[in-house]
Ligand binder design. Structure first.
Ligand code: ZN
Length: 245
């Protein structure tokens, strides 16, 4: 009886089947990273989450990185907002609900902060509100186990959102393997090889539902590249995987 109680207790943090597979792979000594593109919730494609889960499984990814702009904050934008769009609270509540799906599927992840994520902080600053008054992202978005950061480095690869330019310029400027998002319409990986160096710059696609996103912005631009990045074998094998449409 006592053993049974102890077993039940140790089983408190139930692992999902995809997580059990990942742990088994980690024990085999692999480290592959799944890089999830800009979500801009609540304007992300519904099918993008399933696609990400599928790629995690296919490519044995034990590490999950969201490359930034997980939330759009359209209502709080500095640009003109759509008069037909949702109000601020509705948009935020819907975004939180939709981010819960991501959190459920990927309970441990690193989240790079993007320009849209930081919007509220910027607005507070222009209104002279000290940041101490502002709740943390984790609290507002209800994702206590996610780690939010401006930049993440793993296996000699830097993961940034990409406000400073493109992946191909950034990787050469820093002489470092670079993975970034931010541009929405580009997905590529380029390798630069010199006498004493070899670096790659990867531009990851995104998960944006162009129809609703464009509607929110009341304009129709170029179609986004829907896809993820995968960085396999300890930072040495970068791949762009585009979602079949
Ligand atoms: Zn973005």
């Amino acid at each position: 009886m006592q053993i049974w109680v102890r077993m039940q207790r140790s089983n408190r943090y139930r692992l999902k089947p995809n997580e059990i597979e990942v742990i088994q792979r980690m024990r085999q000594g692999l480290r592959n990273v799944l890089v999830i593109g800009d979500l801009h919730e609540p304007f992300c494609l519904d099918a993008y989450l399933d696609f990400c889960l599928e790629q995690q499984s296919i490519h044995n990814c034990s590490e999950i990185i969201f490359i930034g702009d997980i939330i759009d904050n359209h209502y709080s934008s500095y640009h003109e907002t759509s008069a037909d769009g949702m109000g601020g609270l509705d948009e935020l509540e819907l975004a939180i609900k939709r981010i819960a799906r991501w959190y459920n599927s990927f309970p441990f992840a690193t989240v790079i902060l993007g320009n849209h994520d930081r919007m509220i902080m910027r607005k507070a600053q222009t209104s002279a509100i000290p940041s101490k008054w502002i709740k943390s992202y984790k609290e507002v978005l209800q994702v206590p186990n996610w780690t939010f950061t401006e930049r993440y480095e793993l296996d000699g690869v830097q993961y940034i959102h990409g406000e400073g330019g493109t992946a191909r310029t950034k990787c050469r400027a820093d002489m470092m393997n670079t993975v970034q998002g931010h541009l929405h319409t580009q997905a590529y990986c380029e390798h630069y090889v010199g006498k004493n160096f070899r670096v790659f710059g990867m531009q990851v696609g995104c998960g944006i539902d162009h129809e609703s996103y464009a509607m929110a912005y009341a304009k129709y631009g170029k179609k986004p590249a829907i896809g993820v990045g995968v960085v396999k074998n300890f930072g040495t094998l970068p791949l762009n995987v585009l979602m079949p449409l």
